[in-house]
Design a protein around this ligand. Structure first.
Ligand code: AHM
Ligand code: MG
Length: 336
């Protein structure tokens, strides 16, 4: 018999790895992701595809499903006594819980990207929900946006749901990485993957090659080495994959190894990267590290970056240790 998600969480609680409150938060999150999976699967039948005709705070087009899935998560935690507040890619600022402040001692903060990769939704390619859980430092007082600006090392749990051929929930409570598959018949998450580990070495990279002319030289030289394969100094041939949904690309890295890059590029030199630190890079970095891989911005460990803003962006290099180290070495050698 496969273990259900609630049984896994109860076992973690018995071991003292997580609190009863954190188990409850993760159970509610998993329920919300199961609901989102159903909504995503309905696609055009429920008139869910296409643009919502508006932009988010980051001037990106919002899809109808970006807004619908954000609402599902907001509703789930709106009056939670154990989640002091939430933050989302789709909202300019934080949304505190309506539960009384005194009920929120030892509460958690939740950050999410409700539908990552949503530009893929209209062409029926995998999308997902990414989440990060932080401790709330705001017991007994009004919650501030600044309370969310904690480095990723503070995360008590992180994960994502990927809505693909199967819907899967991949989770860490800092005791390794486990995976659950949604049974669409009854909406129950069943454990299908134990102790997910990223192989140390890989021959597969993921990057949006169309931006090559805009990259800085460390990334360009690294990718040139991969493409040169056996004819170059790497002495091995590489394969390339790019889904353009971070959840799907990182899921592949967790399942079979690889390296994923979304580097700084010169299209907008003031932006450190495209992906968001707090609800994309940090949760993925914790998962990758817990699975034995590495996650950096090319130079520094992502989890140690002190955030300055809720929607801050960051360059991302994550996956198999040997390749992440190789990319770091390129950054040390080439400064231009
Ligand atoms: P989103 O959160 O608005 O969906 O954007 C993030 C996505 C990532 O999932 C993916 O890695 C990247 O944007 C794809 O970018 P590109 O369009 O350059 O391929
Ligand atoms: Mg995203």
């Amino acid at each position: 018999m496969r273990q259900r998600l609630d049984e896994f969480l109860a076992a973690q609680q018995d071991r003292g790895a997580i609190s009863a409150d954190l188990a409850m938060v993760l159970t509610q999150l998993a329920c919300a992701c199961a609901r989102i999976s159903k909504i995503v699967a309905m696609g055009g039948i429920a008139d869910g595809l296409g643009s919502a005709g508006q932009q988010n705070v980051q001037q990106e087009e919002q899809k109808k499903l970006d807004l619908i899935t954000n609402e599902v998560l907001l509703q789930t935690f709106a009056d939670s006594p154990i989640v002091a507040g939430v933050a989302s890619e789709e909202m300019e600022t934080i949304e505190p819980s309506s539960a009384p402040a005194k009920a929120k001692a030892d509460a958690y903060l939740l950050l999410f990207d409700p539908l990552d990769g949503s530009s893929n939704i209209d062409v029926n390619v995998s999308v997902g929900t990414i989440f990060s859980v932080l401790p709330s430092p705001a017991a007994g007082r009004v919650l501030l946006e600044a309370d969310f600006l904690q480095p990723g090392v503070n995360q008590v749990a992180a994960g994502y749901a990927v809505y693909g051929p199967q819907s899967m929930l991949v989770l860490t409570v800092r005791t390794g990485v486990v995976g659950f598959t949604l049974n669409p018949d009854d909406g129950v998450w069943l454990q299908t993957h134990e102790a997910i580990l990223i192989p140390h070495e890989t021959r597969e990279f993921a990057i949006n090659m169309s931006n090559m002319r805009h990259w800085a030289s460390p990334v360009r030289r690294y990718i040139e080495g991969c493409i040169a394969g056996k004819n170059g100094h790497r002495d091995k041939d590489f394969n390339m994959r790019w889904v353009a949904s971070m959840v799907a690309d990182v899921h592949r890295v967790l399942m079979r190894g690889g390296v994923f890059l979304y580097p700084w590029d010169a299209r907008d030199p003031t932006r450190p990267g495209k992906l968001r630190l707090m609800y994309e890079a940090n949760p993925m970095a914790l998962l990758v590290e817990q699975a034995g891989g590495k996650a950096t911005n090319g130079r520094h460990r992502i989890l140690e970056i002190a955030p300055g803003a809720l929607h801050e962006r960051v360059a991302v290099v994550l996956g198999s240790t040997e390749e992440v180290d190789e990319i770091s070495a390129h950054h040390e050698r080439h400064v231009d």
